[in-house]
Design a protein around this ligand. Structure first.
Ligand code: KG4
Ligand code: ZN
Length: 362
């Protein structure tokens, strides 16, 4: 099956073409094209994403990026069997550009489309590489907007086991970068500097919360870094690197520690890392080392380019949700994560609608 993926939930305009054979749990996936038009230069001077500028850039970029992806894949639009597009959560003005573009192609070329939840996309990124995990497994999704643990029981069945109570892990990286006057987005910059720093230079707090909790909290850590910088501003590059390394170590230790504790509670022996923060080399190394110490624990980490936002993961999630494909034009985007309104079911928290309900086939 040939799938065109489109992702415009934040500040990157992304399009991908996937060829998928077989089915879960181990579909044969070939990424024929995977393009991202970055907007970093637009937002960098502001130290963060400016929503209105983001949607304007998406409007300029969406047609050339989708066209280039199809050309790069050597696939004519008529051969595409499914369009998968991010429906939410994200910036509404950004989402609308990709979503309406997908609807327009669907209408013009008579191709069904499926609206995909961005987090379901991150969760699907594990299937873009080999080997693929076996169900059920635990997935950590750590990005700019989310730090969540999911028990994944099938490609479309995710149960939320924990989430951030305040800042997401990536958000904490970005805020610390801003405090240090580093460029946006801060995560890659902090991790680059951290590689030259001493992770034990500062003993920043680790928020473990209640012993049984799978939730995260990073705002106290961010405040501790801010206080340290206010008290003793770093005087040179080495001191900045030491701050970055010590901050990064605190984030990584909690992400890994809580993920491993949750695998025991859920009885799973496989863990998937996903989301932009999963591109962090220290997190990847720390998780591998911890798994080796535990023994009998298998870690799946998509390539870094599949961890940060991309359209291949959206196409992958669209494949898993192809039974929901439609040509209905009245569908709309949504800005907030579905699982922010958890349903209490048998003592477990559900994610809510990671796959929003659709009207009858149009
Ligand atoms: O998944 P993603 O690309 O977009 C969202 O869905 O938010 O994640 C972006 C986040 C940003 O906060 C960025 O700073 C962070 O992931 N990030 C990193 C690294 N690369 C991206 N954080 C730490 N280390 C990295 N190498
Ligand atoms: Zn993302």
């Amino acid at each position: 099956m040939l799938i065109l993926g489109i992702e415009t939930s934040c500040d990157d305009t992304a399009a991908a073409v996937l060829a998928v054979e077989g089915d879960a749990p181990a579909p044969e996936v070939t990424v024929l094209a995977d393009l991202i038009q970055s907007q970093t230069a637009t937002h960098n001077p502001y130290g963060g994403v400016v929503p209105e500028l983001a949607s304007r850039r998406h409007l300029e970029n969406i047609e050339p990026v989708v066209k280039s992806a199809l050309e790069r894949a050597g696939v004519a639009l008529e051969r595409v069997e499914l369009i998968a597009v991010t429906q939410g959560p994200g910036l509404v003005g950004s989402l609308l550009v990709g979503f309406n573009f997908a609807k327009a192609i669907s209408l013009a070329a008579a191709i069904p489309y499926v609206g995909v939840d961005h987090i379901a996309g991150h969760l699907a990124s594990a299937f873009l590489d080999r080997p693929t995990p076996e169900f059920p497994y635990l997935a950590l999704t750590a990005s700019g907007g989310h730090s969540s643990l999911f028990l994944v029981e099938s490609p479309t069945d995710f149960t939320l086991q924990g989430r951030t109570r305040d800042d997401a892990a990536g958000e904490a990286f970005d805020k610390v970068a801003k405090l240090l006057g580093l460029s946006y987005p801060g995560g890659p910059e902090v991790s680059r500097l951290a590689a030259r720093g001493n992770p034990a230079a500062f003993n920043f707090p680790r928020a473990w919360l209640e012993p049984e909790s799978g939730d995260f909290s990073f705002s106290g850590l961010k405040t501790a870094v801010a206080s340290q910088i206010r008290r003793t501003p770093p005087a040179n590059e080495q001191e900045i690197a030491d701050l970055c390394a010590s901050f990064q170590e605190a984030v990584v230790e909690v992400l890994v520690g809580k993920t491993l504790a949750m695998t025991k509670r859920c009885g799973t022996r496989q863990v998937v890392l996903s989301g932009g923060v999963a591109a962090n080399p220290r997190l990847r190394q720390y998780m591998q080392d911890a798994a080796r110490r535990e023994g009998n624990l298998q870690i799946f980490m998509p390539k870094s380019r599949f961890c940060t936002d991309n359209a291949a993961m959206i196409a992958m999630a669209g494949f898993f949700q192809r039974h929901r494909a439609t040509r209905a034009l009245e569908l709309d985007v949504y800005s907030r994560p579905g699982y922010l309104t958890p349903l209490a079911t048998s003592g477990r928290r559900s994610h809510g609608p990671l796959a929003p309900p659709l009207p009858a086939q149009g």
